[in-house]
Design a protein around this ligand. Structure first.
Ligand code: C2E
Ligand code: MG
Ligand code: MG
Length: 265
């Protein structure tokens, strides 16, 4: 316990200076349409710690949320992702993860407007990824927040979509541009009939509401073919491309499995 606490304190301390010291950077993971075209990239933050090496977001985002340094990190990520995407020579979509704390902020729309203005990024190229947890905390506030974000002309995706809390009416209540199927369902596709049934249900539900679906965490060709067969619109995962640092990624990335996608669609 003691050791864990000390460890967390040390991380909290170092995190406070991470942005100012330029220790954060973004990796970009490609998102592919079922027809094989790369259509966008998700920005994933990493922390290059001077002693610990690369710390993944799963480790430091929760610490930052508890210690209050999340706001500074969120601001940096948003502007940096917009700035890099604006410099790509093709107009790919850029997806940015929004933390729970960031979504709760009163001025998120102003923050986004400023990032767009500062970087010159077309609003229609920016997609914010939010998780369902933040939506159900306070449904009416979340609806208002999403409407003011939408009025800026940006897109909103629901990240890590599971069947947990979600119900048809709940998904319908929000102006979503995309639903991202959680990778836990994708991981067992091809092995479990249950996962296939769940994925089929999610795609059916989303399409019934006119919302496209992106599946995350695709690692195998079997998973990809099954998803294409089920009508999944877009895909992301190691099979298509790992998150990579290259800021010019937008212009250079070549899909690795276009022939498979073309033949299956
Ligand atoms: P996420 O938004 O669901 O991001 C997808 C995660 O799945 C990423 O992990 C990515 O590297 C990983 N992934 C992608 N394809 C595959 C695959 O084929 N197989 C497997 N096993 N994993 C795959 P990462 O980069 O460690 O990020 C973890 C989480 O941290 C993200 O989940 C997101 O919730 C959060 N995060 C990342 N960047 C940011 C950020 O800039 N701001 C905030 N607030 N949260 C972030
Ligand atoms: Mg995400
Ligand atoms: Mg996700």
């Amino acid at each position: 316990m003691d050791q864990q606490l000390r460890e967390r304190r040390a991380l909290e301390h170092d995190l406070r200076f991470a942005v100012d010291r330029g220790e954060l950077y973004l990796d970009y993971q490609p998102q592919q349409h079922r027809d094989g075209r790369i259509i966008g990239y998700e920005a994933l933050v990493r922390w290059r710690h001077p002693d610990r090496g690369i710390v993944p977001p799963g480790e430091f985002i929760p610490v930052a949320e508890r210690s209050g340094s999340i706001a500074q990190i969120d601001d940096w990520v948003l502007v940096e992702a917009c700035r890099e995407a604006a410099s790509w020579d093709r107009p790919f979509r850029i997806a940015v993860n929004v933390s729970a704390a960031q979504f709760r902020r009163e001025n998120l729309d102003a923050q986004v407007r400023m990032a767009l203005r500062e970087t010159g990024l077309e609003p229609s190229r920016l997609e914010l990824e939010i998780t369902e947890g933040v939506l159900i905390e306070d449904v009416s506030r979340a609806k208002k927040a999403m409407q003011s974000l939408k009025s800026l002309g940006i897109l909103i995706a629901l990240d890590d979509f599971r069947t947990g809390y979600s119900s048809l009416s709940y998904v319908e209540a929000f102006p979503l541009d995309r639903i991202k199927i959680d990778r836990s369902f994708v991981a067992s596709l091809g092995q479990s009939e249950r996962s296939l049934a769940i994925v089929r249900a999610i795609i059916g539900l989303a399409h019934g509401l006119g919302v496209p679906v992106l599946a995350e965490g695709i690692e195998t060709r079997v998973q990809m073919s099954l998803l294409i067969e089920e009508g999944c619109d877009e895909m992301q995962g190691y099979l298509i491309g790992r998150p990579q640092r290259d800021a010019a990624v937008g212009s250079r990335f070549k899909p690795r499995v276009p022939s498979l996608i073309h033949s299956a669609s």
